[in-house]
Design a binder for this molecule. Structure first.
Ligand code: SF4
Length: 305
């Protein structure tokens, strides 16, 4: 039986999916429910190669492939796996993988170079925050310096996506979270920045902190934090809120679908769009209509994550 990775980024919807490891070797981030309860395991190389042989039986033809689960670059045979995939599936033009920032920060550049030569082209990495206090609070297991180092190394060989979680520090740390995250992005220089708004998943350790260490942002505060983050980014990068957690809703439907565009060229128009939405939220709230965030929608069972 083919072993499918249980998660992949939205941008990998049409990709061949290959599972080199099962679960997450860190598995301690307080907000994350992805691999909880799953024992981390490095799959046997032979099993992974057999899955690659079987790709045509399970997937329609594709030019992209994604390797999971959360940190497959620690597989001792990952270079061979990527090379085998490229040899077997000549139609593939892009090969991507999730990677932990800590792993890339520590990885010798020779290994990154070998992965690039084998045919790996893009890494998806969870930064979440560039603020030391927020990273510690959520037990991310990385420091801002790791994220800068990982970006510096990885961008020499690959396209790099950094995922950022707006709202993660709560109201208490909103400004420092936004400003320090922008600073790390400016130094790490990822190719893409993808935003996920912090949404409390039932059963995750962070649930216990809500209302104590962390006060959730309301719709206006979410937009203000997003604004501060964009304002602080000075490098060229593609910035996108390509996830439902960024949307804002009223009872009649969504009023905000996030902002998307190349920075710095689109910065002004993105900030204008956010300012327009802040004004809309204020008008709606004055008239007694509550604007709902991803946390409200998730609790009501109206969105899944
Ligand atoms: S966020 Fe990533 S590194 Fe953290 S526990 Fe989840 S999968 Fe692992």
């Amino acid at each position: 039986m083919y072993d499918f990775p249980p998660f992949r980024p939205p941008s990998e919807a049409g990709s061949y999916l290959i599972r080199a490891v099962r679960g997450c070797n860190w598995n301690k981030c307080a907000f994350c429910a992805m691999y909880k309860g799953m024992k981390f395991e490095i799959r046997k190389k032979e099993d992974v190669l057999r899955d690659i042989d079987n790709i045509p039986r399970y997937f329609p033809p594709s030019r992209t492939a994604f390797i999971g689960d959360s940190n497959p670059l620690i597989h001792p045979n990952i270079v061979e796996i990527v090379r085998y995939l490229r040899e077997k599936r000549r139609e593939v033009e892009r090969v991507t993988a999730y990677a932990r920032i800590k792993t890339i920060a520590k990885m010798p550049e020779k290994r990154l170079e070998a992965l690039s030569e084998a045919g790996l082209t893009r890494l998806h990495m969870g930064l979440e925050s560039g603020d030391k206090e927020v990273l510690e609070l959520v037990n991310k297991g990385i420091k801002p310096e790791d994220a800068v180092e990982a970006g510096r190394k990885a961008t020499k060989y690959f396209e790099v996506t950094y995922y950022v979680m707006t709202g993660l520090g709560g109201k208490e740390r909103s400004e420092r979270h936004a400003r320090n995250t922008a600073e790390v992005i400016n130094e790490a220089k990822p190719t893409f920045v993808r935003i996920r708004n912090f949404t409390v998943i039932e059963g995750t350790p962070i649930e216990e902190m809500i209302g104590k260490e962390i006060t959730l942002l309301n719709a206006r505060e979410q937009l203000e934090e997003l604004r501060m983050l964009i304002e602080g980014i000075e490098i060229k990068t593609y910035f996108t809120c390509d996830h439902v957690s960024n949307y804002l809703f009223t009872r009649s439907g969504p009023i905000f679908f996030g902002v998307h565009g190349m920075l710095p060229d689109s910065k002004e128009s993105m900030l204008e769009q956010i300012d327009d939405t802040i004004r809309t939220v204020e008008v709606l709230e004055k008239s007694g209509e509550r604007v709902l965030t991803s946390n409200d929608m998730y609790k009501m069972g109206l969105i899944g994550l």
